[in-house]
Design a protein. Structure first.
Length: 563
């Protein structure tokens, strides 16, 4: 399909990556293949930014009947763990994608990468440098000033081969030597100033164990892994744009085939009120600002899953954000909107009272219980209806009663009337207070002729949610909010860092009353609590102890709280 056809009314225009792919298909490049990959480093949990990349890479392969690999760029054993590998596998599957063939690893190619490094030495294009990391950095120069040649750059091929083999055999300490490419110390692109190819790292690898004590640098392993896997379009974020000449240099100097992977850069996802650096997220976990990588306040995919986000909402968010060539900051409210939009259509409405106030219906029979019918989701009739027990004593929200109300307060007031959702109209008759003059109980009367669904002509403006005090279940509800107070968490006073912007009210826990039908709710089941927001059963929930996480409120209340 051509881009002109794509732009016809009713069809979405192609993004710039799709335009590149369609041109490649038109010209028959790579034999008409489209093969992408998602290449995470297993040094932390994936976050919402990675979710965008996952959706893009797998989505492109799906659109063009191609393939997408999941490849772990596991070249730094000191920071990588099996836990991270397992979490990434789970996240990709949860988002609804299936990788081609099997999970791949850069470590699958360590023998070939080593052989290629030897080839560069034999071709006079790589050398072993004895300088320290600090000396190498100091001699690299600046973007406006050429760097200084290493005093070890002119070692013979034979000496470099011997030293490199000794590095592989573990005869040197970490940082004692490094293998560098011979390119151009005066290049305006700093990444071409004799970049490191291999460094010494005496650390056990999660897959290869202690077979290796030297490991390829990311820039070296990345492009060569793409080549070995037959990747056609190597899609990455904008910070790698300046790495592209090095990516191409390595491939051009190592292989002679016509086929070449093509690196294409797009703008990474940046969200306000959020940090997207794995290093910063790891700090939050290690210093216990949050309760682990899957804390529902974290922007990690596992945190969003635990909080109650659906994979469909995240995929829809990635679609709405689109693919851009320039970095920008997306309002986290868009992500929350996508969650509401998705959950509104498909999760049941239930009754829950987060801050209970007891209502005694004084003219309702003491031992009577009746079951009121209520729809599960007005957006989907197929979800049917359920019955809720109604009795003499119920709970409503404390905020739904006010003794001295302002104007246009349409909830319960002294002498006023409201309707109970799916129930009756009740009228406040009396108030019970404690010694501190706090309202502890409200006595009401009900009109038995006003049962919801009846032909009663009586109308009231306010409708409240409620639960039967006799039948309600106790539940712990965790009210999550944005983790940072500042739209840009890194905007801090001198001497401070992003952690000083952490929202002290990002988590509040309340003891709620919920309708009895929730007793059978399972972990990660999602609900709309009437009038309160969307909630999800937390993994800490177990028989006899219900725990819910607030996913999002019914509408964006952050702007009102933080003008």
């Amino acid at each position: 399909m051509s881009s002109k056809e794509e732009e016809k009314p009713g069809k979405k225009a192609l993004n710039f990556i799709e335009e590149i792919i369609e041109e490649d298909l038109r010209t028959g490049k790579n034999e008409g293949r489209v093969h992408t990959r998602f290449p995470p480093e297993p040094n932390g949990y994936l976050h919402i930014g990675h979710a965008k990349s996952i959706c893009l890479n797998f989505g492109l392969a799906e659109k063009y009947n191609g393939l997408c690999n999941l490849r772990f760029d596991d070249t730094n054993p000191a920071k990588e763990e099996v836990e991270y590998v397992d979490s990434i596998l789970e996240d990709v599957k949860w988002l609804g994608f299936q990788w081609h063939d099997k999970p791949y690893y850069a470590s699958d190619y360590f023998d070939q990468l080593y052989a290629w490094a030897v080839k560069l030495i034999l071709d006079g294009k790589a050398y072993v440098d004895d300088q320290t990391a600090e000396e190498i950095a100091a001699n690299r120069g600046t973007p406006t000033r050429p760097g200084n040649e290493s005093p070890f750059k002119n070692r013979s091929v034979e000496e470099n081969l011997q030293l490199f083999e000794q590095m592989k055999n573990g005869e040197y300490k970490d940082g004692e030597k490094v293998l560098r490419a011979k390119i151009d110390m005066s290049s305006p692109n700093m990444h071409l100033r004799d970049p490191a190819i291999y460094r010494i790292k005496h650390a056990e690898h999660h897959r290869t164990g202690n077979k290796w004590c030297i490991y390829p640098m990311y820039d070296f392993a990345h492009g060569e892994s793409d080549y070995l896997e037959g990747i056609t379009h190597s899609v990455c974020t904008l910070e790698f744009e300046v790495h592209r000449p090095l990516y191409d240099w390595f491939i051009s100097n190592l292989v002679e085939t016509e086929y070449r992977p093509r690196q294409i850069e797009f703008a990474r996802l940046n969200l306000n009120y959020t940090v997207m650096s794995k290093r910063k997220l790891l700090t939050l976990v290690k210093e216990k600002y949050v309760n682990g990588w899957d804390d529902p306040r974290m922007p990690t995919i596992s945190g969003l899953r635990r909080r109650g986000f659906s994979p469909e909402s995240i995929r829809n968010f990635a679609e709405k954000v689109g693919v851009a060539k320039r970095d920008n900051v997306i309002d986290v409210g868009l992500l929350e909107f996508c969650v509401r939009e998705d959950l509104n259509r498909k999760v049941p409405r239930v009754m829950a009272v987060l801050d209970p106030l007891k209502i005694v219906i004084i003219n309702y029979p003491v031992d009577q219980v009746e079951y009121l019918e209520i729809e599960n989701n007005p957006e989907d009739e197929k979800m049917g209806k359920r019955e809720m027990p109604f009795s003499r004593e119920i709970y409503i929200e404390k905020a739904d009663f006010m003794e001295d109300p302002p104007k246009k307060y349409f909830r319960l007031i002294p002498g006023g009337e409201v309707r109970l959702k799916a129930g009756y109209i009740i009228k406040c008759e009396n108030i019970i207070k404690n010694d501190a003059a706090d309202v502890t109980e409200v006595h009401c009367s009900y009109d038995p002729e006003t049962k919801s669904g009846s032909d009663s002509s009586r109308k009231v403006k306010g409708t409240l949610h409620w639960v039967s005090a006799t039948h309600a279940l106790d539940a712990e509800v965790r009210l999550y909010d944005r983790l940072f107070l500042n739209e840009n968490p890194d905007d801090v006073d001198e001497g401070m860092d992003y952690k000083s912007n952490i929202n002290p009210e990002s988590l509040r826990m309340v003891h709620a009353k919920v309708e009895p039908g929730l007793e059978s709710a399972q972990v990660l089941d999602k609900f709309q609590f009437q009038r309160l927001g969307y909630f999800c059963v937390d993994m800490d929930s177990k028989p006899g102890k219900l725990v819910f996480n607030r996913t999002v409120t019914l509408r964006d209340s952050w702007v009102k709280k933080n003008p």
